[in-house]
Design a binder for this molecule. Structure first.
Ligand code: SIN
Ligand code: FE2
Length: 250
């Protein structure tokens, strides 16, 4: 089965020359998601959007134009709130290293999953969410059809080759009416997007540097995860993938 052609916009990412072309990339994305109808849609002028399911979209390369700025922000955070491997309530150490920006930070330890105003390692508030990060998340949510997103939490995930994130739902937030905005930077990854039950089939969504996935509305509580990261070197981020997950948590 071949997917429909995906709408193209006139606006091109600023640094496209350094990356695979969009046309090659679209074929990959469409081929990988044939299990679900993939509907080309354009909500805002100049923004490409690929619908994964009602309420869930990929915005290819949406964050690429500000990737250098995002890298600076991520580098700066490591000085005040370094990446750490948190413990799950069951006592396992997470393969993905994490830290947070913003008034609320997602944490896990033997007491459970929750949002905390203070970094448990330092006892200090999490570093403030840089305005450019916040604005990117708000614009992405709007481009995906969620007009009044105001994030108060930005979880920063670091994957090194081999690291994976098992299927889960984002369920520690107060208001499930608000979407999740997830920004991929660095090495490519395969995102798994499932259904309402953990046992539901998943589609494999290839994500590249600069891609943004937004899920809310009917898709807000869907299971999702990330396959083990393949080795490689990204020109800007090196041998890692960074994921920024923006949420309205409180
Ligand atoms: C997450 O679900 O928290 C992260 C997803 C990703 O890394 O793409
Ligand atoms: Fe998640």
């Amino acid at each position: 089965m071949s997917g429909p052609a995906v709408a193209r916009s006139a606006r091109r990412p600023l640094d496209e020359g350094a990356r695979p072309t969009d046309s090659r990339r679209r074929v990959t994305l469409a081929a990988a998601t044939t299990a679900h109808a993939i509907a080309p849609a354009s909500v805002e002028c100049g923004v490409d959007r690929v619908e994964l399911a009602p309420g869930a979209s990929v915005l290819p390369r949406f964050a690429a134009p500000i990737d250098a700025l995002l890298r600076e922000g991520v580098e700066a955070i490591t000085a005040s709130a370094p990446f750490r491997h948190m413990q799950t309530p069951g006592g396992f150490t997470m393969a993905v290293a994490m830290t947070n920006f913003g008034p609320l930070g997602w944490v896990t330890d033997k007491r459970g999953y929750r949002y905390a105003t203070l970094d448990p390692d330092s006892g200090l508030p999490w570093p403030a969410l840089p305005e450019a990060f916040r604005a990117l998340a708000v614009r992405a949510a709007r481009a995906a059809g969620f007009g009044d997103f105001e994030p108060d939490a930005c979880l920063v995930n670091r994957y090194v080759p081999g690291a994976r994130l098992s299927l889960h739902r984002d369920a520690d937030e107060r208001d499930f009416g608000q979407p999740i905005v997830s920004v991929s930077l660095g090495l490519p990854a395969t995102f798994l997007f499932g259904g309402a039950k953990r046992s539901d089939p998943t589609v494999r969504v290839p994500l590249e540097h600069g891609d943004v996935v937004v899920w809310g509305g009917d898709a807000r509580m869907r299971y999702h995860g990330v396959l083990a990261l393949k080795d490689g070197v990204d020109p800007l981020f090196g041998r890692q993938r960074i994921n920024l997950t923006f949420r309205k948590a409180g």
